[in-house]
Design a protein around this ligand. Structure first.
Ligand SMILES: Nc1ncnc2c1ncn2[C@@H]1O[C@H](COP(=O)(O)OP(=O)(O)OP(=O)(O)O)[C@@H](O)[C@H]1O
Length: 243
C-alpha cells in the first residue's frame, strides 16, 4: 500500500557565486530565517526544516503556503529529485510526477522517442511501450509534432506531452504542481477528466497550490508550509479556516 513518511526532513540549497562578505556578514549578524552558513562556510538556503508527517492510503493532500514557503521543493523531494540533507524520507508506491514538464525529457529527441525511452526506463517490454505510445499519441493530440524534436515545442505542447506521459502510467502516488491544471481549454477539459480518473485511481495525491478552491475541491487534508516549516497540518476545512 502506498505511504509517505517524513521524519525531521530537511533540504538546503548551497548558494554558489554568492561568497560576498557582505552577504555572509548579513547572514551572521541577523537572526536570518532561511539563510545560514554551513560547516564548509557556504551560504545555504534552508528550504525545508524538520518536517514530520505521514501520508497514507486514500489521502489527498494540498500543500499550501506563500511564495517561497517550500511547496515545490517538497514535491521535488518526494519525487526523488532532491536528496534530503537531514532526516528521513520514505515513499512507497509508484510515483507519477506532474511537477516539471521538462524533467526527464531529452530535448533533442522527438516526442515519440521520448515516450519510448520513458517506457524503457519504466521497464516496459517493447510491446507495452508501443501500447503506451499509442495511448500518449491519442491523448496528447500532438499529431505530427510527435516526430519533431521536443526542443521546438511550445510550453503548451510540452505540457501536453508531459501530462500524457505521466498519466498513462496509473501511478499510486500522484505528485502535482497546480500549474499543470493550466492549459488551453480544449485540452484541459480532457485533461481534467483524465486527472480525475487518475486521482481516483491513485492511493495518494499531493498537490501544491495557491488556489484554495482547487484545494477544497481535490483534497481532504492540507499541510500549510511557512518559511520551510509546517505551520498547520490537518483536515482541509480546518487548515483553510485559519489560512
Ligand atoms: N535551486 C535552488 N537554489 C537555491 N534556492 C532555492 C532553489 N530552489 C528553491 N530555493 C529556495 O527554497 C525556498 C523554497 O522555494 P520553493 O520553490 O519550494 O517555494 P514554493 O512554496 O514552491 O514557492 P512558489 O509558491 O513561489 O512557487 C525559497 O526560499 C527558494 O528561494
Amino acid at each position: 500500500m502506498a505511504r509517505i513518511l517524513a521524519e525531521r526532513l530537511s533540504i538546503e540549497f548551497p548558494l554558489y557565486h554568492v561568497g560576498a562578505r557582505s552577504l555572509k556578514k548579513r547572514v551572521l549578524s541577523q537572526a536570518a530565517r532561511r539563510l545560514r552558513t554551513d560547516a564548509a562556510n557556504r551560504v545555504v538556503v534552508s528550504a525545508l526544516r524538520d518536517l514530520e508527517f505521514t501520508i497514507g492510503h486514500g489521502e489527498r493532500v494540498a500543500l499550501l503556503g506563500h511564495n517561497g514557503a517550500g511547496k515545490t521543493t517538497l514535491l521535488r523531494t518526494l519525487a526523488g529529485i532532491y536528496e534530503p540533507v537531514g532526516g528521513r524520507l520514505l515513499v512507497e508506491g509508484e510515483i507519477g510526477s506532474l511537477i516539471d514538464p521538462a524533467a526527464g525529457t531529452d530535448m533533442d529527441a522527438t516526442g515519440r522517442e521520448n515516450i519510448l525511452l520513458r517506457g524503457l526506463f519504466r521497464g516496459l517490454s517493447e510491446a507495452e511501450s508501443q501500447t503506451m505510445l499509442a495511448q500518449v499519441e491519442s491523448f496528447s493530440g500532438l499529431g505530427e509534432f510527435l516526430d519533431v524534436p521536443v526542443r521546438t515545442y511550445s510550453t503548451g505542447m510540452m505540457l501536453r506531452l508531459a501530462f500524457a506521459m505521466a498519466t498513462v502510467a496509473e501511478p499510486k502516488v500522484m505528485l502535482m504542481d497546480e500549474w499543470f491544471l493550466a492549459g488551453d481549454a480544449d485540452f484541459m477539459r480532457r485533461a481534467r477528466d483524465r486527472l480525475a480518473e487518475l486521482v481516483h485511481g491513485a492511493e495518494i495525491l499531493v498537490l501544491a497550490t495557491h488556489n484554495l478552491d482547487i484545494a477544497r475541491q481535490w483534497c481532504t487534508r492540507a499541510i500549510h508550509l511557512e518559511a520551510g516549516r509546517i505551520k498547520a497540518d490537518g483536515p482541509i476545512d480546518a487548515v483553510l479556516a485559519n489560512y
